[in-house]
Design a protein around this ligand. Structure first.
Ligand SMILES: Cc1cc2nc3c(=O)[nH]c(=O)nc-3n(C[C@H](O)[C@H](O)[C@H](O)COP(=O)(O)O)c2cc1C
Length: 197
């Protein structure tokens, strides 16, 4: 697993976001397993809410290119995302919807060609009792069905996220930490197998 490049995304970038913390904890687990970790701030892509009139007038915004290039540069992805009303939040859907509109250009593949066959592990965190579990099936379906990503079977939903982290951002509960490491190990295993195939 040494040397694999992992792109780490959070579906929330708000100050104090539990998903940002869970994504960081997963990234640290990946680093401990020998991977190179690159976080990307989806909010900083500054993508407007998808609108066909914006696309017609201005083309696909550069933020989508930043996401494509970050995906091109990685062997696998980790995504920790909140659940809004049982569904992945607009930041995730909107970022990937714009990515899907990006055609091949300048010797670089289209957004959809970039995601295809790229392994991804999905996580969720919520202050609630289910930890965002209800949204994970939709996240999984969205990334695999529409983007042809290889969503690994292992996943983790962190419940009661408000109490889960210590002051250093580490998970207090060893079982929860092991569950995160399980997702990370699975993603790295698939990415490593694909790389050496
Ligand atoms: C519009 C909205 C809908 C929400 N729906 C859910 C939900 O369906 N399930 C849940 O567990 N939490 C729900 N929450 C609470 C979020 O889990 C909580 O705000 C969480 O802190 C968001 O993740 P973050 O900390 O990474 O920003 C919702 C929050 C918002 C703003």
């Amino acid at each position: 697993m040494d040397g694999l490049r992992l792109l780490v995304l959070s579906g929330s970038e708000r100050e104090g976001s539990f998903n940002k913390r869970l994504a960081a904890a997963a990234g640290q687990a990946a680093q401990a397993a020998g991977a190179h970790v690159a976080p990307l701030d989806l909010r900083a892509l500054a993508l407007p809410l998808y609108d066909g009139d914006i696309e017609k007038a201005q083309g696909v915004p550069d933020g989508a290119r930043t996401l494509r290039d970050a995906l091109l540069a990685c062997d696998a992805v980790l995504l920790s995302t909140p659940e809004y009303n049982g569904f992945p939040p607009p930041l995730v859907i909107n970022s990937f919807d714009w990515l899907s509109r990006l055609a091949a250009e300048d010797g670089r593949p289209s957004g959809l060609a970039t995601t295809a066959n790229r392994p991804v592990g999905v996580l969720a965190a919520s202050p609630g009792l289910l930890g965002g579990l209800r949204s994970l099936n939709f996240t999984r379906q969205y990334l695999s069905m529409a983007f042809a990503m290889l969503v690994v079977p292992q996943q983790f939903a962190l419940a009661r996220a408000g109490e889960a982290f210590d002051e250093h951002g580490a998970l207090r509960d060893a079982k929860q930490q092991a569950a995160v490491e399980n997702v990370v190990a699975s993603v790295l295993r698939v990415a490593g197998a694909l790389k050496s195939a």
